[in-house]
Write a protein of this length. Structure first.
Length: 159
């Protein structure tokens, strides 16, 4: 089995319900959820003229290979009504693969670890809840260290 850290979130409609639904879909299709962070209300990153997001980090135990997992996640997002428009636009749900075991994958359609983890407080805050000692396989720093060093100043509030 593979240990995979995911970030889920969204800022359209009933955000809590959508997060509950995506967790159920992830558990049904991708693998058992082993850990769940607190939920955080976060300011939108990259495009500020939209509602705040809710975000949460998950650790799942998955038998899926990286590309299988990506395809499963994209299928879940589509099933839940996600429509991709412009970059950083508002969305009903978003699921990102943050880490997959300790693997490093750099392909046009899949980058693991997620390339912007260290730049985004909305990722690091929930991830720090469940994996403070996890060492980023590229940067060689723990999640806790990355969180302390993050220069992102956007609001992130535990709910």
């Amino acid at each position: 089995m593979n240990k995979v850290y995911l970030l889920i979130g969204g800022n359209e409609g009933n955000r809590f319900l959508h997060m509950q639904q995506v967790r159920a879909n992830i558990e049904h299709i991708c693998g058992a959820i082993e850990q769940v962070s607190s939920v955080y209300q976060t300011a939108p990153w990259g495009k500020s003229d939209q509602p705040d997001f809710l975000n949460q980090a998950l650790l799942i135990d998955s038998s899926l290979l990286p590309h299988e997992l990506l395809n499963a996640i994209l299928s879940i997002e589509k099933k839940m009504g996600r429509i991709r428009t412009v970059k950083n636009a508002a969305r009903i749900i978003d699921v990102d693969i943050l880490f997959y075991n300790r693997e490093i994958i750099s392909e046009p359609d899949l980058k693991i670890p997620h390339p912007r983890i260290a730049e985004r407080r909305f990722v690091l805050a929930p991830l720090n809840d469940i994996a403070p000692e996890y060492v980023h396989p590229v940067l060689g720093k723990t999640v806790q260290m990355l969180f302390r060093e993050c220069t992102d100043t956007l609001a992130v509030k535990k709910i």
